[in-house]
Design a protein around this ligand. Structure first.
Ligand code: SF4
Length: 214
């Protein structure tokens, strides 16, 4: 089995409850969406075909137990669940970052899914697959990337209507750098006592926003 890989690198996890932990990232190539503020367009073009074993070897070169499979959209490729299963078998803790438009049903349960819900400013807010809510495990997380007040209201409505049973700390609202001030988002979360948390894209604060491999 092979996967199209954009890049494999070692950095700090930046956008979940694992934020701040050293993490190996396997960025897979290709995406089925076209978010207006996408910051990883290069994952569309850069592509190295690798076997699951080659990926495992590359991951094994780092002295780290946490691996995130990301993209692009990792679930576009058929072999992604098999890679996750292989890494879990090797006792890695595995995170999967997915855009929410494809089913997470066949992702191994022990993998922690970080599922995006696209908001209106992305121009892809129609793409969330509602059945994914049925497949969320108790460790899984939901992320709304917020670029406008309309996005905030969209996220708030979904959180109140569909996510009240999820732990608050696992529902992330993350501001798009340059579109909405973190302070403005923080203020709304506090005022509404929203069942969610503010998550800042840590790697964009530590390093320059467009820096790769971090
Ligand atoms: S889903 Fe992610 S990788 Fe795909 S276009 Fe949107 S932001 Fe970019």
């Amino acid at each position: 089995m092979r996967l199209n890989v954009c890049e494999i690198f070692y950095s700090l996890q930046g956008e979940s409850t694992f934020s701040g932990l050293p993490c190996i990232f396997v960025r897979l190539s290709g995406c089925n969406l076209n978010c207006s503020w996408c910051d990883t367009r290069y994952a569309e073009e850069e592509c190295h075909s690798m076997t699951l074993e080659q990926i495992q070897d590359k991951v094994g070169a780092y002295n780290c137990n946490l691996v995130e499979i990301t993209g692009g959209e990792p679930l576009l490729q058929e072999a992604t669940p098999a890679l996750i299963a292989l890494l879990l078998e090797k006792h890695y803790q595995v995170l999967l970052e997915t855009n929410g438009s494809l089913s997470i049903q066949h992702v191994p349960e022990a993998c922690i899914k970080i599922v995006d819900v696209k908001c209106p400013s992305s121009k892809e807010s129609h793409t969330f697959l509602p059945e994914n809510l049925n497949y969320l495990g108790k460790e899984d997380e939901i992320k709304f990337v917020i670029g406008s007040v309309e996005d905030y209201e969209f996220a708030k409505a979904m959180i109140e209507q569909k996510l009240s049973g999820m732990p608050q700390k696992k529902i992330h609202l993350s501001p798009v750098l340059g579109l909405i001030a973190p302070e403005a988002l923080a203020r709304r979360i506090i005022e509404d006592n929203l069942h969610a948390r503010l998550s800042l894209q840590q790697h964009k604060i530590i390093w320059t926003p467009d820096q790769r491999g971090v």
